[in-house]
Design a protein. Structure first.
Ligand code: ZN
Ligand code: ZN
Ligand code: ZN
Length: 144
């Protein structure tokens, strides 16, 4: 993906996206700390790194959200994440939670071209195993 994102950073981007833009729930550093089972200070450290990369911005009342660039990166990450999940469950017979964990390990590393090929191979799946919608806008997978 060549965005130089760590696994932790990409997990925060994905989580902020699903919470704010899919579930319509605003999120704070405290929420993220609880979700990832870390101290609030370490959640704030990760958010600061993402702010410096201009992917995340602070809002009023302690809420955080994605910048336009961060939003696009999160969409790309979640596309890769969910395509990998489908592959791991359908083709490798992994459980949903195993697939999710394995997808977290690789979704931020793989080149978008490789993900697009996998996406075509899987016939552009509509949803991941958790029934989350997979957005193919910009995934680059052409045809079937
Ligand atoms: Zn997942
Ligand atoms: Zn999923
Ligand atoms: Zn796709």
């Amino acid at each position: 993906m060549s965005r130089n994102l760590s696994k932790v950073e990409s997990c925060y981007l994905k989580r902020i996206y699903t919470s704010v833009f899919e579930d319509g729930r605003q999120i704070t550093s405290g929420d993220l700390a609880r979700i990832f089972n870390v101290r609030t200070s370490s959640a704030i450290d990760v958010l600061k790194k993402l702010e410096r990369k201009r992917y995340v911005k602070k809002e009023r009342y302690g809420y955080v959200t994605l910048t336009r660039v961060g939003y696009n990166v999160a969409v790309e990450l979640l596309h890769a994440h969910r395509v990998f999940e489908v592959f791991f469950v359908k083709n490798l017979g992994m459980s949903f939670s195993e697939a999710c964990r394995a997808a977290d390990d690789v979704d931020h590393i793989f080149d978008r071209e490789v993900v697009a090929r996998l996406c075509v191979y899987l016939k552009k799946p509509e949803r991941c195993c958790h029934d989350r919608i997979i957005i193919h806008k910009g995934c680059g997978a052409k045809g079937r």
